[in-house]
Design a protein around this ligand. Structure first.
Ligand code: 5GP
Length: 178
């Protein structure tokens, strides 16, 4: 294990099993329908790539990025920094997030994507940090619930590091306190 890490929360094997389970839930709900995975850059890329391959359905993929609203940092307000490349009108859209923490990002994205008139819209997160939730967001699928700790790996970063760890781990608090 990397020296900056306190403990591993989920191993590669546990992640694989959780994604298989969630893919099964999604496949059961959507039957044979084509779904559009709208993935939030950059953290959710690893999850989306594995989820897409585990889904026994036709899948389209598009990506967007959010960034904190200028002049409102710390407020949880976000804006779209990179938009989707294609229209989602009339499509069954599944929003793919790395982690839902306060829920403010997800709430904003659900509102924004709803305005584009998809046939359906649901959200799926790799991690659900429920203890910090501020916004009541409809998260239909999740791989794991986690406690209120800062985690990295499997796409999640701290200052752009640790994304490529194949597992999820708790970062030692002294690392991000500097
Ligand atoms: P929310 O709007 O739900 O508070 O924020 C979600 C975003 O906060 C995530 O997409 C992620 O970028 C960041 N975030 C929240 N908790 C963690 C965490 O434990 N680790 C990492 N790496 N990012 C986190």
């Amino acid at each position: 294990m990397h020296e900056d890490l306190e403990r591993v929360l989920f191993t590669e094997e546990e992640i694989r099993a959780a994604i298989e389970r969630v893919a099964g839930e999604i496949a059961a709900d959507y039957q044979e329908k084509e779904i559009t995975l709208v993935t939030v850059l950059r953290g959710a890329v690893f999850f989306a790539a594995d989820l897409a391959r585990a889904l026994p359905l036709p899948v389209r993929m598009d990506f967007l990025a959010v960034s904190p609203f200028p002049l409102a940092s710390g407020s949880g307000m976000v804006r779209i920094a990179k938009d989707l490349d294609e229209s989602i009108a009339g499509q069954h859209v599944l929003l793919v997030e790395d982690i839902v923490d306060t829920g403010l990002t997800l709430r904003y994205l659900m509102k924004t994507l709803t305005l584009r008139q998809p046939s359906s819209l649901a959200a799926c997160a790799f991690l659900d940090k429920k203890p910090r939730r501020l916004a009541d967001v409809p998260l239909r699928y999740r791989c794991f619930e986690i406690p209120d700790r800062f985690v990295v790996g499997y796409g999640l970063d701290y200052q752009q590091h640790y994304r490529n760890l194949p597992y999820v781990a708790v970062l030692k608090p002294e690392v991000f306190r500097g």
